[in-house]
Structures are given as structure tokens and as C-alpha cells.
Ligand binder design. Structure first.
Ligand code: 5GP
Ligand code: MN
Length: 344
């Protein structure tokens, strides 16, 4: 179990050197940004502002409403809506941070190519498997609970405990809380809890943050959840359950970004289920969200069959085509793993 920061000295010295003079910095994160993407990006943003840098934060597309209260969300540049502004910033920066994603392609096809072509110094902070090797510097640990945890480790390595303040703490707490399923996943280590206790000591109100993130549901969202759970398919012999939602079904419930967040974990909670999937039709693409509770790597499964990846127990992927075909393909593929799932 992880007991402390594992940032190597070479990366730390390199990053310290890059930040030793006033720089223009852009922080970027992955498509469909979640609590860790937004929380870690804005935590780093507030820290870099304290150091005196000129800083921008961008997201590829809109973030969920339940993250709107996080300090600094009003400053986010949304690439899909503000391409001109985004490119102006990108062309002028010295340092490009890539947070909570292992490859530029995870920010979308078009944006991924633009970011890859940037001449800025590239620094990755991430906890996903198989990180891009073209970065100049990496703070990367697949054993970290969240990217927010790694941002905390970086800040404390560079500035000591005094580098953390309440505002930074609120951002990082959100990232850690959401990526650990409220401190319950196996990635939540004693180190994670020590970080969390430091954030609480800085004045972060964990109870309030939990309410702001999880108890602000629209009635449409809860109706969508109810509908989706009723639709769940249980492939008992394969220890698998899944839910599929077409664009039409999502529209019926006035779907907003983030409305299906957490749904796949409900699927995993079915007794006997080792693999859970949520299959949704979004912007002409089919999105897959996978979870596993046993010795079955959904990262490998998604990488192999659904152009995706992520972590051992949580991964995602995508396909072009019809949702009915995607569901059929998922069933076909998972059924090939009957023996592995039996013993997993
Ligand atoms: P979620 O199911 O919550 O969208 O994603 C689960 C995990 O898999 C997250 O850590 C996420 O970053 C990663 N992930 C989701 N979709 C993709 C994808 O299309 N490709 C890769 N490589 N990772 C993904
Ligand atoms: Mn994360």
C-alpha cells in the first residue's frame, strides 16, 4: 500500500526549474471532464497563480453542473465553444500541463492533434495506465487514488505544507473524493487519507463538498437513473450486467453532462456481478464505461475491443456506429471471457 509521494527527483528538479521564472501556462484535461479532471486542474491553477505565473485552464467540452461551485470554474475555457480564444492562448504559452489523462488523444481527436503539435514544454500529471512517452516531464503513478493526489504531492514537494491553502484544498478534495468513490476504492491508501486530513486542517469542509457534489440532483436526473436501472440487463452466467441508453432515451430526460455519472457503479453493486458496463449514445459516438470488482482488467478489455483504456477496475472506450450494434458487440465479447470471469 502506498505510504507517501513517489515523485522521482529528476522530474521534480525539472519541473522546479521550469517554474523558477514567471511563465505563461495552460492546464488541460480529458474529454467529458469529471471531478478529478476539474478539481486537479483548478487546484494546480490556484497554486501556480500564488507562485506568480500567468495561468489558463481549459476543458475539451462542458463539465457537469454539480462541479460548478468549485473555485475557478468561471475561468475555464471550453474548447468546443471557444476555439479561437483557446488557440490564441495555446500559441502563446511556455508550459502545457496535461492532467488526468495518459494521452493527448483523450482530449478528443481534433484537440488531441493540436495539443500534440504544441511547442510548449509538456508536463503530464496522471494516474492512468500506459502514459504517453513524449512528455518532457511526468508526475505519474498508477497507484495514486487520483490526479488531485498527485497535484498535492507535487505542490508539497515544491513548496512544503504551506503550499496548500483552503481554495487549493477544496479543489483537490473534490478530485480525491470523486475518484475514490467517497474514499472507498482500493486506491484510497493511508497516504490518501493523510492528504485528506491535511486538507481538512486547512479549513476544507468535506461534508459540504459531499453535499454540493452528490445532493444537487435534478428530478430529471433521478428519473433517468430510475429508468436506466429498470432497463438493466443481467447476464448471470457471465457475472456481467449492463445498461444501454440511446440518444433519444437520454433526451427524454433532458440529459445534461454528468447525469449518468455513478450509474455504472450501481450496476456493479448487483450481487454476483464482476463486470459492469454503461453504454450510451453521445454526440454520434457510442461511449462505454466499464467497472470490475474482481481480478478482471477492464483496462485490457476496453483497450482490446473498444478503443479505450483507463485503470484495472475502471475504464472507458468508444465506437462509431449504432447503439444496438455496440450492445451486441459488447455481449459477444464479454461472453468470450466466461472462464476468466468464473474464476476472477
Ligand atoms: P468513466 O467510465 O468514469 O468515464 O472512465 C473510467 C476511467 O477510464 C477514467 O479513469 C477515464 O479517464 C478512463 N477512460 C474513459 N474513457 C476512456 C477512453 O475512451 N480511453 C481511455 N484510454 N481511457 C478512458
Ligand atoms: Mn482521475
Amino acid at each position: 500500500m502506498k505510504k507517501g509521494s513517489v515523485i522521482d527527483n529528476a522530474s521534480l528538479d525539472g519541473i522546479r526549474n521550469e517554474l523558477s521564472k514567471k511563465k505563461k501556462i495552460l492546464i488541460t484535461t480529458h474529454k467529458s471532464p469529471d471531478g478529478d479532471a476539474v478539481g486537479s486542474s483548478l487546484g494546480l491553477y490556484h497554486y501556480l497563480l500564488v507562485l506568480g505565473h500567468e495561468v489558463w485552464v481549459s476543458i475539451p467540452d462542458p463539465f457537469p453542473r454539480f462541479l460548478q461551485w468549485i473555485p475557478g470554474t468561471d475561468k475555464l475555457i471550453t474548447y468546443s465553444k471557444e476555439k479561437v480564444k483557446f488557440e490564441e492562448v495555446l500559441n502563446d504559452i511556455d508550459i502545457l500541463f496535461a492532467l488526468d489523462y495518459n494521452h493527448f488523444s483523450r482530449s478528443g481527436e481534433e484537440l488531441g492533434e493540436i495539443l500534440s503539435a504544441s511547442k510548449a514544454v509538456k508536463i503530464m500529471i496522471d494516474h492512468h495506465q500506459e502514459p504517453d512517452e513524449t512528455m518532457d516531464f511526468k508526475v505519474w503513478d498508477v497507484g495514486a487514488s487520483s490526479t488531485a493526489e498527485l497535484v498535492y504531492d507535487l505542490i508539497v514537494s515544491l513548496s512544503g505544507d504551506k503550499g496548500i491553502n483552503k481554495t487549493i484544498g477544496e479543489c483537490l478534495y473534490t478530485g480525491i473524493m470523486t475518484d475514490t468513490g467517497s474514499f472507498r476504492f482500493s486506491t484510497c491508501t493511508s497516504h490518501t487519507m493523510r492528504i485528506t486530513s491535511h486538507l481538512l486542517d486547512e479549513g476544507v469542509d468535506g461534508n459540504k463538498i459531499h453535499e454540493l457534489v452528490y445532493d444537487q440532483n435534478s428530478i430529471d436526473r433521478l428519473h433517468l437513473m430510475g429508468y436506466a436501472l429498470e432497463k438493466m440487463v443481467f447476464l448471470k452466467d457471465y457475472h456481467t450486467a449492463y445498461i444501454s441508453l440511446s440518444r433519444k432515451e437520454l433526451e427524454r430526460f433532458n440529459y445534461q453532462a454528468g447525469d449518468t455519472e455513478g450509474l455504472v457503479n450501481k450496476v456493479l453493486s448487483v450481487k454476483g456481478v464482476k463486470v459492469a458496463a454503461l453504454i450510451t449514445e453521445k454526440e454520434g459516438n457510442i461511449r462505454f464505461s466499464f467497472r470490475s470488482s474482481a481480478q478482471f482488467s477492464v483496462n485490457d478489455f476496453s483497450r482490446k475491443h473498444f478503443n479505450g483504456g483507463g485503470h484495472f477496475h475502471a475504464a472507458g472506450g468508444s465506437l462509431k456506429g449504432k447503439i444496438s450494434e455496440a450492445v451486441k458487440l459488447f455481449e459477444e465479447q464479454i461472453k468470450k471471457y466466461k472462464n476468466e470471469l468464473e474464476s476472477a
